[in-house]
Design a binder for this molecule. Structure first.
Ligand SMILES: Cc1cc2nc3c(=O)[nH]c(=O)nc-3n(C[C@H](O)[C@H](O)[C@H](O)COP(=O)(O)OP(=O)(O)OC[C@H]3O[C@@H](n4cnc5c(N)ncnc54)[C@H](O)[C@@H]3O)c2cc1C
Length: 368
């Protein structure tokens, strides 16, 4: 996110100096490096659909812009619903998504069976499948493309405020940097940085373990990223498959706790996948890693834009597992705010901090 803001500031011809402060230049534990790098149009809030529409267009234009193909595989996400409530939600989301121009199709059981014959569908009432601009891409490639300008390896450890503004950023090295605008792009550590300015933000580190598995008898065809009603998701990754689940217990974890939850594969993922497809009965994990979602406990959506009382403190926080695809639109929006004092392309005010202070969640009903 920090790189995305810096990139768009340059793109817009911002004439001030821009500094990205990064405590870990390897990015080894950043959400970005540990992400599953998916992009979807299937959200329940129009602002998130629009954000991802720009994300998809930006990713697709990478060859012309950077001479790099970010290999967007537009196989779509396939949400499956097994209850009348779930099917109703898919229908409601679909109406809104199509109204926003998203290319999403509803598939009944017969249509699902024809399109994805490997799936066991006895319990499934409805599916929603993205036909374009939805799938997965080279997430690290996106970050590399966005990295522009001046970076220093240091840690923000304090913020000075004066007259309702951030004036100085204090770094672990002892250096202090004067600042006109401060963007909090600290990922899962966002709350640690916000509190340096006396600000509370309900963002916690939540652990998600991703498993790459080998399948003895893989299903054939252009498979989507399938989201089972159990919360388990699965998609192809080269000749293997990538999968993860919503954990049964999901506490905030320590910022340095990256121990994978191995049991999730045996206890949650494998039973759900085997029940969904005979092809997933014989599968074996070959790699796994844990990363942290920057989880917004209010509504699992991003918090973007200025703090109402400290207007030069900007949030780019709380992405709750869907931030990589949002980086281009968020970077552009915050750069607009910095350059022009307003959003010019997409109105990000629904994602503003005010909903935190007024306790008005913008809940997302289309989750993964
Ligand atoms: C397992 C997993 C799967 C995911 N799957 C998807 C997906 O399919 N699609 C999608 O869109 N998103 C996905 N996400 C979410 C996505 O990866 C994140 O929302 C996005 O990468 C967030 O970027 P960020 O820049 O906010 O955070 P990060 O990438 O975590 O970057 C924050 C940076 O801030 C630095 N930092 C923190 N504190 C300080 C400080 N005090 N001083 C200096 N530097 C500091 C950190 O070192 C870090 O490098 C997933 C995340 C995980 C963990």
């Amino acid at each position: 996110m920090g790189s995305a803001v810096a990139y768009f500031l340059k793109d817009m011809g911002f004439d001030g100096s821009v500094l990205v402060i990064e405590r870990d230049g390897t990015y080894a534990q950043s959400s970005t490096a540990l992400s599953a790098s998916g992009i979807r149009q299937q959200f329940s809030n129009p602002i998130n659909v629009r954000i991802s529409q720009f994300g998809a267009a930006f990713i697709k234009a990478a060859p012309e812009r950077w001479g790099v193909d970010l290999t967007l595989r537009e196989n779509g996400y396939l949400y499956l619903a097994s209850t009348p409530d779930g099917a109703h939600t898919l229908r409601e989301n679909h109406t809104m998504q199509v109204g926003e121009g998203a290319d999403v199709a509803l598939l009944d059981r017969a249509a699902l069976a024809e399109r994805f014959p490997h799936l066991r569908l006895d319990d499934i009432l409805l599916g929603a499948h993205g036909q374009s601009d939805e799938g997965w891409f080279d997430g690290v490639g996106l970050m590399q493309g966005l990295r522009t300008g001046e970076y220093i390896r240091d840690e923000v450890v304090g913020l000075d405020t004066f007259g309702g503004k951030i004036t100085n950023v204090k770094l672990a090295s002892g250096r202090a940097v004067e600042c006109g605008v401060f963007v909090n792009a600290a990922g899962p550590r966002a709350a640690l940085v916000a509190v340096m300015a006396g600000i509370d933000i309900p963002v916690e580190a939540r652990k998600r373990t991703n498993f790459l598995f080998d399948c003895m008898d893989p299903p054939v065809g252009d498979l989507p990223l399938m989201i089972d009603p159990s919360g388990v998701w699965c998609r192809p990754e080269g000749k293997h498959f990538l999968t993860a689940c919503a954990p049964m217990n999901d506490p905030a974890v320590a910022f340095d706790d990256f121990e994978p939850r191995h049991a999730e594969f045996e206890e949650i993922i494998w039973p759900a996948l085997a029940a969904r497809s005979a092809n997933f009965e014989a599968i074996k994990p070959i790699r796994f890693w844990a990363g942290h979602y920057a989880y917004n406990t209010l509504d699992q959506n991003a918090v973007i834009g200025p703090h109402p009382d400290i207007p030069n403190f900007l949030f780019a926080n709380g992405f709750s597992g869907h931030g990589l695809q949002q980086a281009p639109a968020v970077g552009r929006a915050l750069a607009e705010w910095i350059c022009f004092g307003e959003y010019r392309n997409l109105d990000f005010s629904p994602l503003g901090y005010e909903r935190i202070t007024t306790n008005t969640p913008l809940l997302e009903r289309c989750v993964i």
